[in-house]
Design a binder for this molecule. Structure first.
Ligand code: TYD
Length: 212
């Protein structure tokens, strides 16, 4: 079974994935927890290119790098793990591409669908948890994580940070738009809830839908 987590940066996916891994192992379910981009040596190198580089990358280049990393992870790790009967928990998958490169960067959604179909080998998650958070709160969380000592006020942001916030707004509406078209696969969770409550909801959904 393939479980994916989505949401804008700062929504609390990593915390929930840790809790879920613990929950599954407590029930004797073997799981493998992975993140995108990354997960193989090559994919981790691509991750560094995408996230640590100060070089400008075009939206198309960005899309193809994320997709190359995904193809590596899907073919080398995820498909074999699923074939062995493992439960795979994935921190981001192709919905991130739709939201970030499609709605955020403005790439054509039809073209994205083709690239996604190729890079995933057609693999679909059984369920996707979308942790929903408004971009202002998400950025505030990011600032405090990185100990940036500013009281967040959108009017105090510089131009870059402003464009950052606009970008995240587009990304969030991209997720919401995607979910509107494909309600069945998604479980939407309010990421403002306390972490234990979010975990309770996630396990509740898994129990209801999959008897886990
Ligand atoms: P990461 O540090 O893993 O962020 P997070 O903890 O929020 O998941 O960085 C991954 C970044 O890459 C994040 O900003 C989302 C972005 N991303 C895309 O733009 N497209 C994609 O297809 C994927 C998988 C991630």
């Amino acid at each position: 079974m393939l479980i994916t987590f989505e949401g804008i940066d700062g929504a609390g996916k990593s915390t929930q994935i840790k809790k879920l891994t613990g929950y599954l192992s407590g029930r004797g379910i073997e799981s493998l927890s992975l993140r995108e981009p990354g997960g193989t040596e090559t994919a981790e190198k691509i991750r560094r290119l995408l996230l640590d580089s100060s070089d400008e990358i075009t939206p198309l280049g960005e899309l193809l790098l994320f997709s190359a990393s995904r193809a590596e992870l899907v073919q080398r790790i995820i498909i074999p793990a699923l074939a062995e009967g493992k439960t795979v928990i994935l921190d981001r998958f192709f919905d991130s591409t739709t939201a970030y490169q499609g709605y955020g960067r403005g790439l054509d959604l039809e073209m994205l669908r083709s690239v996604i179909a190729i890079s995933t080998c057609g693999l679909q998650p059984d369920i996707t948890f979308f942790l929903d958070l408004d971009p202002e709160t998400a950025l505030k969380r990011k600032f405090s994580e990185k100990s940036i000592p500013i009281a967040f006020d959108p009017n105090e942001l510089d131009r870059m940070e402003r464009s950052g916030l606009d970008f995240y707004r587009k990304v969030r509406s991209g997720y919401i738009e995607t979910i509107r078209h494909e309600t069945g696969r998604f479980a939407c969770i309010d990421a403002l809830e306390a972490p234990d409550e979010i975990h309770r909801r996630i396990t509740g959904v898994l129990e209801n839908r999959f008897n886990l």
